[in-house]
Design a protein around this ligand. Structure first.
Ligand code: SF4
Ligand code: SF4
Length: 472
């Protein structure tokens, strides 16, 4: 039985409710009157239910689809402006005892190089990341209680926060590790993590169990209820995601929105982010064996519909996607992207030799961070290295309050400009620097509060003189 307030995975992600929502969406895909009603509700920018959003996703009326895209773009502008937050993944270890059929780190893959970074190697990797200009990392590790116990993850976090190289500093460490216990989530919280990220992969229990035939991840309920435990452990910001391509995309689209509704209803705070990865080719993995691949067009529609359904949730797209595809979805709702990513264990300090391939998937966008930053700015976006909320304790509902207050132009925008300025001063090429300084000049006009604007101008001058780390 469907119950958004239930602590049980099979009740808050009810299979029957998803099937009924799928049928409802299908029956109404050309119901102009209903679609108009849903779009009117969406224009209030307070979100939509999973059922309403499913109707929009299935809509076949061309003019209404254009309205959906225009509305997604508007919501993106209103809540996130033209800022795009930058981050990089750091793979700590690819030892894993799970049997995930779509991931090359699965236990039975004997030809992938298994690696685990030592603390000395982490210092090298993070120094290289700092030298690129990154301030935000997403840590990734396989599940292996012997090779990657929680103590190892905690030690890595401590090492990372402690590395100061020139003007570099990692100011927010997000963590993507396997579902674990409330006690371990408490430890992660104490270690000062930002967002805890865990991809559901698919919400369809039957497919989930087939795709995860062995290892602790096989337990659908334990995995699906992980975010509730993370919040019980004190982690306010959690990041959801499904791996599009594994299962029917409409099913997982509804599932992820139901998960967001559950967190909001049951824990009082919706997800901080939603990631939209698509299955990629990798060692021992052929995406063609999974026949649920989605086209670039449908991918863009999913992004637009998620943006409309959960306006307060950030959306992440990684370097799994090509430059062209990322360009297409950025304006529809993406608020964070990774840049210059390595998906191998190590590889930032020195490129990994080909015979030692330890990558989780092939990267489609291979540009440097400088190139990505310049590309974003040339399209009119402000690349942001801001981590202010986390450092000011504005997490969970306090972060949501900021987002809902409409004060982002006087808070996020100045922070974005100041962190971009730091990037330009410390890491950018001459060309990128020129484009960036011009952009900052122009973007100052977006700040509506004259006092804030005055302060920002002053801070920018101080950054140019060598001071760092101003924030609102
Ligand atoms: Fe292990 Fe995660 Fe890969 Fe599964 S997806 S094999 S849990 S690293
Ligand atoms: Fe994000 Fe907070 Fe910075 Fe705004 S001020 S960009 S919400 S971290």
């Amino acid at each position: 039985m469907y119950n958004v307030m239930s602590p049980k995975a099979e009740e808050f992600i009810s299979h029957e409710e998803i099937l009924e929502s799928l049928a409802y969406a299908q029956d109404n895909r050309n119901n102009r009157e209903l679609i108009d009603k849903i779009l009117d509700k969406a224009r209030e920018k307070k979100g939509l239910s999973h059922r309403e959003a499913a109707v929009l996703l299935d809509c076949e009326l061309e003019d209404k689809n254009q309205e959906i895209y225009a509305l997604a773009e508007q919501i993106k502008k209103d809540f996130y402006g033209n800022r795009i937050v930058m981050f990089a993944p750091l793979y700590l270890s690819n030892y894993c005892i799970n049997g995930c059929e779509y991931c090359p780190y699965h236990l039975k893959n004997k030809h992938i190089a298994r690696k685990k970074l030592t603390q000395e190697e982490i210092v090298k990797e993070v120094t290289a990341l700092q030298d690129m200009g990154h301030k935000r990392l997403a840590l990734e590790a396989g599940e292996d209680p012997v090779n990657n116990p929680i103590e190892y993850i905690l030690e890595c976090i401590k090492t990372i926060y402690g590395i100061k190289h020139k003007n570099g500093a990692i100011r927010r460490v997000n963590v993507n590790i396997a579902a674990t216990t409330v006690e371990n989530y408490q430890k992660l919280k104490e270690a000062g993590i930002g967002t805890y990220i865990l991809f559901q992969e698919t919400y369809n229990k039957e497919s989930y169990e087939k795709l995860h035939p062995t290892g602790p991840k096989h337990d659908y309920a334990y995995h699906t209820e992980a975010m509730d435990r993370a919040m019980d452990g004190g982690i306010d910001d959690v990041g959801l995601g499904v791996l599009f391509g594994l299962n029917n995309y409409q099913y997982d689209f509804i599932g992820i929105l139901m998960h967001a509704e559950h967190l909001e209803a049951y824990k009082g705070v919706g997800p901080h982010t939603i990631s939209v990865p698509r299955l990629r080719r990798a060692d021992d993995i052929d995406p063609d064996v999974f026949d649920n691949g989605i086209s670039d067009e449908m991918f863009a529609k999913i992004v637009a519909c998620i943006r409309i359904a959960v306006p307060y949730t950030g959306m992440i797209v990684s370097t799994r996607e090509s430059q062209k595809c990322r360009e297409k979805v950025l304006h529809l709702g993406i608020s964070q992207i990774s840049g210059a990513s390595r998906t191998s264990v190590g590889g930032y300090a020195e490129p990994e030799p080909e015979e030692e391939n330890s990558a989780q998937f092939d990267v489609s966008d291979n540009r440097t961070l400088d190139e990505v930053v310049k590309w974003l700015m040339e399209m009119g976006y402000v690349p942001s290295f801001c981590t202010a909320c986390y450092r000011e304790g504005r997490t969970g509902d306090r972060f949501m309050t900021l987002l809902k207050s409409g004060q982002i132009v006087n808070c996020c925008h100045p922070n974005a400009l100041m962190t971009l300025k730091e990037y330009l001063e410390d890491y950018a090429s001459e060309e990128t620097c020129a484009v960036g300084n011009q952009l900052i000049e122009k973007e100052l006009d977006v700040i509506t509060n004259p006092k804030v604007k005055e302060k920002v101008i002053d801070y920018l001058a101080n950054i140019h003189k060598g001071q760092r780390d101003f924030r609102f």
